[in-house]
Structure formats: C-alpha cells, structure tokens
Design a protein around this ligand. Structure first.
Ligand code: ADP
Ligand code: MG
Length: 262
C-alpha cells in the first residue's frame, strides 16, 4: 500500500553551533490543513528549527521534504517561492504606508515587480490586496496608516502580507506575543479558520498554553535540540516526559505562570 507524503516531512535534521547541538536528529511531519504547535523551554531549538525550514540556516544533516521535493539548504527566497512563508515576532510593516499599500508591496515582491519603479504602488494588485485584508478581518481599515493601528491589527496586516505569497505552509513565530488575551483568541481563531477553509498548514511556536491547547491539532515538544514528544494535545498534556520538562526545569512555566497548563 502506498501512503501519500505529508506536505512537510522533516527527517533526522541536525544543526550545531560550534559543536553545540541546537537541533539533534529532529523528525516530524506537518500536513495540509493541520495546525501544529512547536513548544519547548527557551533554548530548546524552536527558532533554529524555523530558520532551517525557511532557509536562513543550512542544516548539517537530514532532509526537509516539502511537497515531495527536497528543500534542505535552499536559499530563503527559493523556499518562499515553493510555498513556505513566515511571520515574525517583531512587527514588520512599513509604518508610514497604509495597510493596503503594505499588502500591495508584498504582492509586488512576489511578482518581482519592485524594479518597476515608474509604476505607482497605488496601481499594483489593489484588488487582491483588499481581498487579503478582508480575509484577515481588516478590510475596513485598509486605508489607515499602519503606524496608527493597534498592535493586534498590525499583526493581522502581517498575516495578510504572509498570505500574499500564497503559502501552503505558514511558519508563525509567537504569533500572539504582546497581545491581550482577547486579541490572542481572535488571532488564533482567524489562523484556525484559514487552516480549515484553505487547507493551509501552520506550524507555530507559542508561550501561551491557552493558545497551544485551545487551537493546535497536534503538539510537538522539543527540549535541548530534540523532539521529546509529539501527538494530540490531550496526550501531550498527560505525557510524563513533557511534564518533567515543563514542571521540572520550569523555564517555560516561569513565563506563563499566570496561565498554567489547563
Ligand atoms: P528556542 O527558540 O527554542 O528558544 P533557539 O533555537 O533559539 O531556541 O536556540 C537553541 C540553542 O541554540 C540555544 O542554546 C541557543 O543559544 C543556540 N543558538 C541559536 N542560534 C545560535 C547561533 N546563531 N549561534 C550560536 N548558538 C546559537
Ligand atoms: Mg526562539
């Protein structure tokens, strides 16, 4: 019997910094239409894993199969064009441009049109940009300057920017960092809706345990560069090794003391 490959298959990936194993034999899958949380204490290797996935770092060993072809070690732009997009923890919009102009720029970048300096931004991809803003619930604020938007709204514009490359896999590094709990819930619900409606695959890191256990279809737990557990949220919550890492070492728990594991 043949089994179809998942959208992303990470196999035996390793990355060391001066002999220090930041990623040590890391393997996991993410499939289309799946929302997967990557969690673990500080220093576990989560960001290194993202950097290897989006091409900012070359893995020392292992394979990253995306949509059936090898992506390990490719340049970031090539990986982005293959359909892996990333949002950042720090807001990355142009404050002096409107929300719709920010998304138009992202669309122009996808089409490599930025060299067409004689063509005003205002004319480029406006309809598609407005459509993307509508998808993230920001249609009404399309003409507002990003500099005056509330933090949660800027994060929504960033999501529209990430979606402009028509990704099949979205990597989200702490998508709700700095948000109020109401903003956090609405952002996570929005991402979940994209996952369900468009079969987008999402891999996200989060310190907020309510975001992880409230929205992830699956949870992957890393500690000291290794995957120590992966599975359904309920199973992860009850996993002895995971509890030992969180409650024993306590490093992640310290940051989320007010929102301990539900
Ligand atoms: P996390 O995102 O889970 O907190 P990171 O992937 O950022 O963990 O870091 C994993 C380990 O690798 C940490 O010990 C960190 O200090 C180390 N590390 C990460 N990036 C580098 C680098 N560029 N050079 C040296 N060490 C690094
Ligand atoms: Mg990190």
């Amino acid at each position: 019997m043949t089994q179809s490959m998942p959208l992303l298959r990470v196999s035996h990936v390793a990355k060391a910094f001066d002999g220090f194993r930041a990623l040590d034999d890391v393997s996991f899958d993410v499939d289309a239409g799946e929302m997967v949380a990557l969690i673990g204490p500080n220093g576990a290797g989560k960001s290194t894993c993202f950097n290897v996935l989006n091409g900012q770092l070359k893995p020392d060993a292992g394979s990253i199969a995306f949509d059936g072809t090898e992506a390990a070690g490719l340049a970031p732009r090539t990986i982005w064009q293959k359909g892996i997009a990333r949002t950042f923890q720090i807001a990355a919009t142009f404050a002096s441009l409107s929300a719709v102009e920010n998304v138009q720029l992202a669309l122009a970048s996808r089409e490599r049109e930025l060299h067409r300096w004689w063509k005003p931004i205002a004319a480029m991809h406006r309809e598609e940009a407005l459509d993307l803003l509508d998808r993230v619930g920001m249609a009404a604020a399309a003409e507002r300057t990003c500099g005056v938007l509330a933090y949660g709204d800027i994060k929504r514009v960033e999501l529209a920017i990430a979606l402009a490359s028509r990704p099949r896999l979205l990597l989200m590094d702490e998508p709700t960092a700095g948000m109020s709990s109401a903003e956090r819930a609405s952002m996570m619900a929005l991402v979940k809706q994209l996952v369900v409606d468009q079969r987008l695959a999402v891999l996200f890191t989060e310190h907020s345990m309510d975001a992880v256990f409230g929205y992830a279809d699956r949870v992957i737990v890393m500690a000291r560069g290794r995957v120590i557990a992966a599975g359904a949220p309920d199973a992860i919550r009850r996993d002895a090794k995971v509890n030992a890492v969180y409650f024993g070492a306590g490093s992640l728990l310290d940051e989320t003391r007010d929102q301990a594991l539900p």
